[in-house]
Design a protein around this ligand. Structure first.
Ligand SMILES: Cc1cc2nc3c(=O)[nH]c(=O)nc-3n(C[C@H](O)[C@H](O)[C@H](O)COP(=O)(O)OP(=O)(O)OC[C@H]3O[C@@H](n4cnc5c(N)ncnc54)[C@H](O)[C@@H]3O)c2cc1C
Ligand code: FES
Length: 291
């Protein structure tokens, strides 16, 4: 059995997070997925198979002591709609964990920034809770178009009494500051001196336009970045080539989805092009329902 063997799992619990977004906890006890528990890292993903519909990639949003893993799904199309129609007690197929996940910084790191948008908050919320357990202080910025689309606000309350800072921004100003997450990030950085920012790291996941701006800001302020990229995936394990990034031919499913600044600088597709289901390259500007 490998991480590429589909395992059938039962849905134990479902949470309505916000408009069109639900979290599903599924029981991995009595499956071979449990042997992968010790390798689980925020940023890794699973392929979720809905029989008769499709198989799609989903970031893991965590795992609990009761033997459940969780995913948080935005309803944007055929398969995610079918996932949203599932009830507690229903079964899905799961393959994973796949991909590399975020690299944890060492204890000498001075400043940690997390910048997320939309369902990009899924791996970042889990990462922020891991940092909290490790007593790392961080600044987390969550951005959305409007209040109804901010995810995990309730969960993140739990971090508010720590020394960490949680900031929200919305494009329509309905919650937090009225701006996009990258603007909020730059404003935060402007409060630090150049010397204070030495040995800082940022983590980002969300719409690629946002991540590209975050990358440019990090380059300007000399901050190391880890970005979790998203591409259309078929196989999730390096076979179909649909998630290839030019010009290096790196595969988001196998070499990523998390890439560091050193690699991001070389990916010409980053912030510019993605592939559609036929493999044809199209502009990233072409907005879809995910952002
Ligand atoms: C590594 C990774 C992690 C992901 N994590 C999450 C997550 O935690 N939560 C979540 O809700 N979604 C996540 N996604 C996106 C998710 O896979 C897509 O929303 C899903 O595949 C859409 O399937 P569908 O059949 O419902 O939509 P479709 O009917 O196939 O498409 C609907 C729209 O979504 C676009 N789309 C489809 N697949 C993708 C994709 N893989 N990336 C970007 N756009 C896509 C299509 O171009 C179209 O505009 C992740 C994607 C990747 C690659
Ligand atoms: S999804 Fe097939 S190679 Fe990445």
């Amino acid at each position: 059995m490998t991480e590429n063997t589909i395992q059938t799992v039962k849905i134990k619990r479902i949470i309505n997070e916000c408009d069109g977004i639900k979290t599903f906890f599924f029981d991995v006890r009595n499956t071979n997925l449990t042997q992968n528990n010790r390798f689980l890292k925020p940023g890794q993903f699973v392929m979720i198979w809905v029989p008769g519909v499709d198989e799609v990639p989903m970031s893991l949003s965590g795992y609990d002591e009761d033997g459940c893993w969780s995913i948080t799904v935005k309803n944007v199309g055929e398969c995610t709609n079918a996932i949203h129609d599932l009830n507690q007690g229903d079964y899905i197929g799961v393959r994973g964990p796949l991909g590399n996940g975020f690299e944890f910084p060492n204890e000498n790191i001075r400043n940690i920034f997390l910048i997320g948008g939309g369902v990009g908050m899924v791996p970042l919320k889990w990462l922020s809770f891991e940092f909290h357990k490790m007593n790392y202080k961080f600044t987390l910025i969550e951005g959305a178009k409007k209040y109804d689309e901010l995810v995990f606000v309730e969960d993140l309350h739990a971090l508010e009494d720590s020394n960490s800072e949680i900031l929200y921004c919305t494009e329509d100003g309905s919650y937090g500051s009225k701006e996009v997450a990258s603007e909020a990030f730059e404003k935060v950085l402007q409060k630090y001196s150049e010397a204070d920012l030495i040995n800082s790291i940022a983590f980002t996941c969300g719409p690629e336009k946002m991540m590209y701006k975050v990358f440019q800001i990090c380059e300007k302020y000399n901050i190391e970045l880890q970005a979790s990229l998203e591409r259309i995936m078929r196989c999730g394990c390096g076979l179909c080539g649909l998630c290839a990034l030019d010009p290096l031919g790196l595969l988001v499913c196998k070499d990523g989805p998390v890439f560091s600044s050193k690699i991001l600088r070389k990916i010409e597709d980053f912030g510019k092009f993605k592939r559609n289901f036929t493999g044809k390259k199209i502009s990233i500007e072409k907005r879809n329902k995910l952002n």
